[in-house]
Structures are given as C-alpha cells and as structure tokens.
Write a protein that binds this ligand. Structure first.
Ligand code: F6P
Length: 358
C-alpha cells in the first residue's frame, strides 16, 4: 500500500514532525509514504513528489518549516477575501483524482489550516480518500481544542513580550506588539497573559482608544511609566474595519496587518507618551517546534494513519482537551473557533485588571 502526505497553507513549526510521524507509522505497517512537493499542485500531472523512506526522516522532529514546501495561493485555494469559501472547479478535482491514481496512492493525508482542510473536504466530497491534520498558528479551527503550531507561535510571542518589557521599562515607553492570528485572538491572548501585557486587543472585542489610553494613564498615575500592549492583527476599533495590506490578489485571502502601528500612533498622540511598535510577523511561524507541538504532531500523525487503516476518510484528527480523536472534516471547516467571550480566559483576564480595550 502507498499513501501520500501534503502540506498546505502557511507553514508553521511542527509540519515536519507530522510528516515524520505519518511516514514512520505507515512504515511500521509496511506501507510506503510519498511526500507531495509544493502543496496540492504536486499531485497534478507532471507529479512532484519524493519518497519518505527511513533516511528521508532524519532530523525532522525538530526541524521548522516543511521539507515538502507549501502554497497558500494559486488554483488550489478555497478561501478568498475575509474567509469566504470558494468551490474548486470539478476539472481540478478530477485531475487530482487522476494524479493520485497514476501515482498508485490509496490515501492522502492533508496537513493544513482552514483553507487547506476546506480543500480536503471538497476532495472528500469528490470521492478522494483523504484525512486531515489540523495545522495553524492561529488555533482557529473548529472541532479541535488545539492545532499544532500554536504553542510554538505563542512561545515566540511571549519571548518577544519579555524582551519588549525590559526596554519599555528602561525608556518609560508604551510598546505595541502586533502578532498574527487572522480573525481569532488566541495568540494575542495567550502570549499577552504569559508575557504580562497590560492591554490585550483581540478581534473578538472591538476596542476604544479612550479605554486603552485610560489604562496607560492609570499606570502612569500608579508610578508605572511604561505599558505593554499586544494587538492581534485582526483587532479593530469599535465601528472600524480590519487593517489590511494593500493589493488584494484574486482568489486569495486578505492579508491582515498594520493595526499595531495605527494603535501606537493614536496612543502616542492622545497620551503624549513615547510609543513604539513591533510587528512580530513571520518570526512566530519559524524555527523549531516546542515540546508540546512535537508531542501533538506525533500523536496527530499516528492517528491520521490509524484513520486510513480503518478506512475512515473525510475525517480530521482532533484534540478534545484530553486525548486525540477524530471528527468529520465538514465539522472542522466552514466556521472558525474564535475566543469565546463568556468563558474562563476572558473572565480571568478581566479579573486581573488587564485592559481588553472595551
Ligand atoms: O494563517 C496563518 C497566518 O500566519 C496568519 O496568522 C496570517 O494572517 C497569515 O498566515 C500570513 O500569511 P502569509 O504567510 O501569506 O503572509
């Protein structure tokens, strides 16, 4: 039996650890695993792949990025604008099926976030034997409490806040750290709590500049002459819109980014406090996965092969907070898991006196 694995969408730490876990578990069953190069396009004619044999797996557990390459644009793109779903053309799905048959692949493991798994769901509906593994630093996939890559991104953002803390304090400045996460505030919230941010701005809670500035001035009154603000890239003022990079490509999701600079300028102007901004950007997607992500990736990869063994296609491996299980791909895609406002995290944040901007 021969299976294949493909990585799609933005990269993140842990992709290689999943590739390793899938190929190792498959090898234990006597199966061959092919790695599809450059995202789903590698399945089309002429195919682009490499054999993931024993030697090819050396060092993959700790290696960042993906040895297979990935793509978050082009003909295989199921999300456009601010998360609208696009149906892939039938001819493209047919060509994918033919490509897989030509390669002798009995099942495909798709490792991706909302976009790539929406494609996987469409492939499943078209009769392609496929299972999904939830990847994204954003942690915004429905039906899993955790996606891999998130823990590593939070570790990076927390480290950035720790570093900004000392320089903010030395210079009596306001520091704004902008982090990724698209329309979910998980990275900002977790890193904000872990790094002791004074203000946490997330897309789920539209903010008011008056509230942020009041928090800065309150600290000033108490003798704390610096403030740490962490802003998710999808945060927006009440009644305002997302800040996006100019130049929207066709069939591509909008590129969020720039809210940190807007907040910094407004805070400086309103409070008179010297303010600086830092955009963490792709640093939070690079490097080696944390131990938590390595474990999650290993469990996810093994579970994906188990699903194939049982012929349970059209499913995604998922973490339910206690153990790894599986859910229909359809449940995991099409809606995002954003930060719930009426649960523990937000309550705790407020009870600590951390400003959420509202
Ligand atoms: O979905 C992962 C993510 O890193 C988002 O947090 C971010 O908005 C986007 O991808 C950035 O994409 P790109 O790598 O195309 O700049």
């Amino acid at each position: 039996m021969k299976i294949a694995i493909v990585t799609g969408g933005g990269d993140c730490p842990g992709l290689n650890a999943v590739i390793r876990a899938v190929a190792k578990t498959a090898a234990k069953r006597g199966w061959e695993t092919l790695g599809i190069i450059g995202g789903y396009d590698g399945l089309l004619n002429p195919p682009n792949f490499r054999l993931l044999d024993y030697k090819a797996l050396d060092g993959l557990l700790v290696r960042g990025g993906t040895i297979l390459g990935t793509a978050n644009r082009g003909q295989f793109s199921a999300k456009t604008g601010h998360g609208e779903t696009r149906q892939l053309p039938k001819e493209l799905l047919d060509a994918t099926k033919q490509g897989m048959e030509a390669l002798g692949i009995s099942a495909l493991v798709s490792v991706g976030g909302d976009g790539s798994l929406t494609i996987a769901q469409q492939m499943h509906e078209a009769g392609i034997p496929i299972v999904g593994v939830p990847k994204t630093i954003d942690n915004d996939l429905a039906a899993t409490t955790t996606t891999f890559g998130f823990d590593s991104a939070v570790a990076c953002a927390t480290d950035a806040l720790d570093r900004l803390h000392t320089t903010a304090e030395s210079h009596n400045r306001v520091m704004v750290l902008e982090v990724m996460g698209r329309y979910a505030g998980w990275i900002a919230l977790y890193a904000g709590l872990a790094g002791g941010a004074d203000v946490i701005l997330i897309p789920e809670i539209p903010f008011h500049y008056e509230t942020i500035c009041a928090a800065v001035m309150e600290r000033e009154k108490k003798g704390k002459h610096f403030t740490l603000i962490i802003a998710a890239e999808g945060a927006k003022p009440a009644g305002g819109d997302f800040v996006t990079a100019s130049g929207q490509e066709k069939n591509r999701e909008a590129r969020l980014g720039g809210i940190g600079a807007v907040v910094a300028a407004e805070v400086e102007q309103r409070t008179g406090k010297e303010t600086r901004v830092m955009v963490l950007g792709h640093l939070q997607r690079g490097g080696s996965p944390t131990y938590m992500d390595r474990v999650l990736c290993t469990l996810f990869g093994a579970k994906a092969v188990e699903l194939i063994t049982e012929g349970r296609f059209g499913r995604m491996v998922a973490h339910n907070g206690r153990f790894v299980e599986s859910v229909p791909l359809a449940e995991a895609t099409g809606r995002l898991r954003t930060v719930p406002l009426d649960e523990g995290f937000v309550h705790a944040t407020r009870s600590l006196g951390i400003c959420l901007g509202d």
